[in-house]
Design a protein around this ligand. Structure first.
Ligand code: SF4
Ligand code: FES
Length: 248
């Protein structure tokens, strides 16, 4: 395949940035999207030009690092996958592909296609954990009975990889699908009950402080989420928040 790429280039957070056009040739349909970008970068290095900076790590849909907006869609045109799992067979010879970073006030661009997603880490640090007695008297995890249904729902919420596609996709740049998943993961389990009120109040406060928008039930986040995180997690977060607020 021969392709035209229009890629967002931005030298630094202060730089204005612009779309730059590149050509790549002989791209195999079996390549992943990131491998196609590797080919472009090799081309640029050979021509003594600055390679395109983009985030990636595991390249198998686990770490949440890859984060490209491809032809106006977070993680590209396929569903239920991350950018690193996207294959070039989703495109046609002669296509022009637009590649941009996540766009959100809370995700400032660091360079080219790399954005700063530490806002999500700070939300997690505000309450996305449980405290466990590790003095030697730790209760065996198997001693706490959990229904299969609750365990399955908690596990589904825990599959969120923190990629931020939900934020990038949302017209309000809301992080509520991410935060809803992180809160649900604990709210559904007995281990999460002790700190439940503090957790939801602190995580929602941090989410607001970071400048994320509110949810207006459009549902784009659920569609673009590579892990199929459901909107019911946002509803559960809202219920947990109301419960905690009424408790004072
Ligand atoms: S909810 Fe989905 S889109 Fe949002 S951070 Fe988690 S995995 Fe990514
Ligand atoms: S590089 Fe890890 S999920 Fe894509």
């Amino acid at each position: 395949m021969n392709l035209t790429l229009k890629i967002w280039r931005q030298k630094s957070p202060e730089d204005k940035g612009k779309m730059v056009e590149y050509k790549v040739t002989d791209i195999s349909e079996h390549m992943s999207f990131l491998e196609m970008l590797d080919v472009l970068n090799e081309q640029l290095v050979e021509a003594n030009e600055e390679p395109v900076a983009f985030d990636h790590d595991c390249r198998e849909g686990i770490c949440g690092m890859c984060s490209l907006y491809i032809n106006g869609e977070a993680h590209g045109p396929d569903r239920g996958i991350t950018t690193c799992q996207l294959h070039m067979r989703m495109f046609n010879d002669g296509d022009t592909i637009y590649i941009e970073p996540w766009r959100a006030k809370a995700f400032p661009v660091i360079k080219d296609l790399i954005v700063d997603r530490t806002a999500l880490d700070r939300i997690q640090q505000a309450g996305g954990f449980i405290s466990v007695n590790t003095s030697g008297n730790t209760q065996d995890a198997d001693a706490i009975l959990i229904s299969k249904h609750a365990a399955d729902e908690a596990m589904d919420a825990a599959t969120c990889i923190g990629c931020g596609a939900c934020v990038a996709t949302c017209k309000n740049s809301s992080a509520m699908l991410f935060v809803g998943a992180k809160i649900s993961q604990y709210a559904l389990l007995p281990q999460g009950q002790i700190e439940a009120s503090d957790r939801v109040l602190n995580m929602v406060r941090q989410m607001d402080l970071e400048g994320f928008g509110n949810c207006t039930n459009t549902g784009a986040c659920e569609i673009e989420c590579p892990k199929g995180i459901s909107l019911v997690n946002i509803a559960r977060m809202n219920r947990e928040f109301l419960k905690a607020s009424l408790k004072g």
